[in-house]
Design a protein around this ligand. Structure first.
Ligand code: GDP
Length: 289
């Protein structure tokens, strides 16, 4: 789902989130394992103050395995309960229940002391558009659940999905807005396809991607496209030279035989998004480049 965030939309989403927060014990935030920093909502820490917190590094299958655990540890040191998941295949999804329960241990203890036994914890999934919320919910909920709420004669309210006797999940995920203020965040969201392509110049975007890949994954460009990288690719101009080589190698040519940079740009970005370039992580804990 592509959403253009206007101040009005954002204010409304925030209001809804504030309302829902009153109903739940634990917030399960999905972030994209390829850009865990840039895909994390900046305001949720304030909105979810005093709530138990779980972070799921989703699409971990598309991210570089070498960094997945670094990110997990990073968020754990910040006090989150964390899991690496692939919602599409279901890998890692099963452990989430345990993690949610661990995250809510203090609340379960409090309940127990007050004589309240076996009250399920109430959870809500949140995340920016396209991060995989619906896919995760489908995988997490599976078949073994029943919808609760909206019983006849009861005022229409929130729909909860009862997963089992331990967890109830709010059936609609909370859609969060991304960080706006930081331009590199916007770029990374665009790389993974989280921002509508029609508002971005694809060729420009591909040059930025080349600059980033050259820093961390130069072999990806040389192996897949058999291009020769200059010593330093540090400007859009040198990146354009690389894009030109990709165009020639991949026969993206215009009628007169000139390299078609626009087509090469689309090819590169599609290859990145479909992991044809391999599993790639674009930022690292504490460096966030
Ligand atoms: P939402 O907007 O947050 O609800 O995102 P969706 O659940 O609609 O997912 C967006 C896209 O990401 C879909 O094409 C999903 O198939 C894909 N997707 C979601 N989770 C994963 C994952 O863990 N791995 C992979 N490879 N793709 C995923």
């Amino acid at each position: 789902m592509q959403i253009q965030w206007y101040p009005g939309h954002m204010a409304k989403a925030k209001r809804m989130m504030q309302g829902d927060m009153k109903l739940i014990d634990v917030v399960i935030e999905l972030v994209d394992a390829r850009i865990p920093y840039s895909s994390k909502n900046p305001d949720i820490d304030v909105l979810a103050k005093n709530k138990s917190r779980v972070i799921l590094l989703n699409k971990s299958d598309m991210a570089d395995q070498r960094y997945n655990n670094d990110w997990k540890e990073y968020f754990e040191t910040k006090g989150f309960h964390v899991a690496l998941v692939n919602s599409k295949s279901g890998s890692g999804v099963k452990q989430v229940q345990d993690i949610v329960q661990k995250a809510c241990q203090a609340k379960i203890e409090r309940d127990r002391k007050r004589g309240i036994l076996n009250r399920p914890v109430r959870a809500m999934i949140v995340g920016i558009p396209n991060v995989g919320k619906s896919t995760f919910i489908n995988s997490f909920v599976g078949k073994a659940s029943t919808k609760t709420g909206n019983k006849p004669g009861v005022t229409k309210g929130k729909q909860w999905i009862r997963l089992n006797k331990f967890i109830e999940l709010l059936d609609t995920p909370g859609i969060l807005w991304p960080k706006f203020e930081d331009q590199t965040v916007g770029l990374k969201l665009a790389f993974i396809g989280s921002i509508n392509d029609t508002i971005i110049n694809t060729t420009d975007l591909s040059l930025e991607l080349i600059l980033l890949l050259q820093q961390r994954y130069p072999e990806v460009l040389t192996n897949r496209y058999e291009v020769t990288l200059p010593e330093i690719v540090d400007s859009k101009q040198t990146a354009a030279g690389v894009l030109e080589q990709i165009a020639i190698k991949r026969s993206c040519l215009m009628k007169g035989g000139e390299p078609d940079l626009d087509r090469a740009a689309i090819l590169l970005i599609d290859d990145f998004r479909s992991t044809k370039l391999g599993t790639i992580t674009l930022e690292y804990p504490d460096k966030k480049i």
